[in-house]
Design a protein around this ligand. Sequence first.
Ligand code: C5P
Length: 222
Amino acid sequence: MRFLITAGPTREPIDPVRYISNRSSGKMGYAIAEAALEAGHDVTLISGPVFIETPHNAKLISVSTSDEMFEAVHRHADKSEICVLCAAVADYKPVDVSSTKIKKRGAKFSLELVLTRDILGSLGQRQDREFVLVGFAAETDNLEENAANKLRAKNCDIIVANDVSSTDSGMECDVNEVTILSRDGEKKKIYRAPKKIIARELVKIFSNFATKMFDKKNVTIN
Ligand code: C5P
């Protein structure tokens, strides 16, 4: 099967030397890419700026801003059977980007921000989509409830929820613990394990879901 995977953070420029971003390391997305390749799938990896080696045989598309990621995902989604949107896209970006370095001024400084486009939500809204859509939810509280709401709101097939409230799993770490909710009401928890191990399980779950979905639609995939 062909996987499209987004990973890492995005950077939303403020001026030529500053940006808004977040603490995503990209490790989970890259581990999923690696696991999918290991299982014999094709992988297009659309990645924000990270410090990880590209998995051998992945087709890497490097992006920086949420808008670049949006365009790249929409260009490639229909060529994929499974889209896994694991990137930690910045929620907001500056309304204006200064073309010159902003000078230090008074004691206070405000920046006007606007919502970025929701890449996962925009794919979910598409009535004609034929790929399995997987989203991630990083939550600090009410994990399952928030994840179930996200599954519905973004109209995806599977949501992988991880608890980012502790500092020893989730963001920037090598280990994670996730709960997987799917559209058909199934729920599975993978207890604390290295991201590489979790990634292998996730790839199996995603491809089984895709096989079931395509069987129902009578579509043959290679
Ligand atoms: O709404 P929230 O950011 O919590 O949702 C997380 C999920 O949505 C992740 O799968 C993330 O990759 C995706 N997302 C996106 N575009 C955005 C924000 C989040 O694709 N602008």
